[in-house]
Design a protein. Structure first.
Length: 327
């Protein structure tokens, strides 16, 4: 496999076309390892550039860990993996103070959360106390231990997974923590052609072992900053707000979308627009991120569940009623 060329973007993109070029270069490099999952790769990369986190609800063996490694190697980022189990302690994630035998003083030993991309496998197997240890890290990008605050590296992405089949011995994530994930999504199994590509790419050795970086974390930070300048018209902001407002009057929902959902759509739609080579957001950019933004923020009433209603159907009904602005 030919080595990818690292193209410096330290000064940051100057146009939407340059942003799109950088975005596609990262996606193309990741696709050397992750086959047939272009949409998932783009959404997760969009989450990173929108400074958000991703919850993957998926089956074992679908490439979640490999995807985290591929992203980290592509952008020259540090990565760590935590296997969540009921006996995992909060300090196993955040770190703890230990005695330095040479100075006889307490010294902070950083935990695996001090990285750029943290993969928390089967997060719903950890106890609520351990799950809550991630809340401050997700929202504030910092960790407080023994009264001292420690900043996390930038960028920071939590890529958490949970298995939809293994329900025994799990602790469902509370709504407050679910709301802190920008996206909830599923990669799913590859199709026939993609699965053959996986075998071809890994027939002699794992493709991930020879994956070369195409940029650095400082370039990712520059892309994050550029995306914040993408224009969103007042009409689009009203459209986003109307969608969230509609969930609060939907009789099938007992938990509607919070204002954080509006912000999540705003931030992620700006990145999607920039990744498509535009400096302004269109309604199609909003609808692209609508499902992953809303999937974990809405909860059905018991009556709706008995009627075999789904969150997907609710979202479709709302978007059919709330008309996008003409732009």
């Amino acid at each position: 496999m030919a080595e990818a060329q690292i193209v410096s973007m330290s000064s940051g993109p100057r146009t939407a076309e340059q942003f799109q070029e950088s975005f596609e270069r990262i996606v193309t490099n990741i696709e050397k390892v992750i086959k047939g999952k272009g949409r998932s790769i783009r959404l997760i990369l969009s989450a990173i550039l929108a400074e958000g986190h991703v919850l993957l609800e998926d089956l074992p063996g679908t490439g979640k860990t490999m995807l985290a490694r591929a992203i980290a190697q592509t952008i020259q980022a540090d990565t760590a993996r935590v296997q969540c189990t009921p006996d995992l302690l909060p300090s196993d994630i955040t770190g703890s103070s230990v005695v330095d035998l040479t100075t006889r003083e307490f010294k902070f030993r950083a935990g695996p959360v001090f990285t750029n991309i943290l993969l928390a496998d089967e997060i719903n197997r950890a106890t609520p106390k351990t799950q809550s240890a991630l809340l401050e890290a997700m929202q504030e990008r910092r960790v407080s231990v023994d009264g001292v605050t420690h900043r996390l590296p930038q960028p920071f992405l939590l890529l958490a997974t949970q298995n939809p089949i293994e329900l025994a011995g799990t602790f469902p994530l509370p709504e407050a923590q679910l709301d802190r994930f920008l996206f909830k999504m599923s990669m799913g199994y590859p199709d026939l052609a993609a699965e053959v590509e996986v075998m071809n790419a890994n027939s002699n050795r794992l493709a991930i072992d020879s994956l070369q970086p195409v940029c650095g974390v400082e370039d990712v930070l520059a892309l994050q900053e550029w995306a914040k300048g993408v224009q969103v018209s007042d009409a689009l902001k009203i459209y986003i707000a109307e969608i969230c407002q509609a969930t609060r009057t939907e009789p099938s929902l007992q938990l509607p979308a919070s204002p954080r959902a509006s912000l999540a759509m705003l931030y992620s739609a700006r990145v999607v627009a920039a990744s498509r080579g535009r400096e302004d957001v269109l309604p199609d950019d909003v609808t692209t991120v609508l499902q992953p933004v809303m999937a974990h923020r809405l909860a059905l009433t018991p009556d709706a569940e008995l009627r075999d209603d789904t969150v997907q159907k609710v979202i479709e009904r709302i978007t059919s009623r709330v008309k996008p602005p003409m732009v």
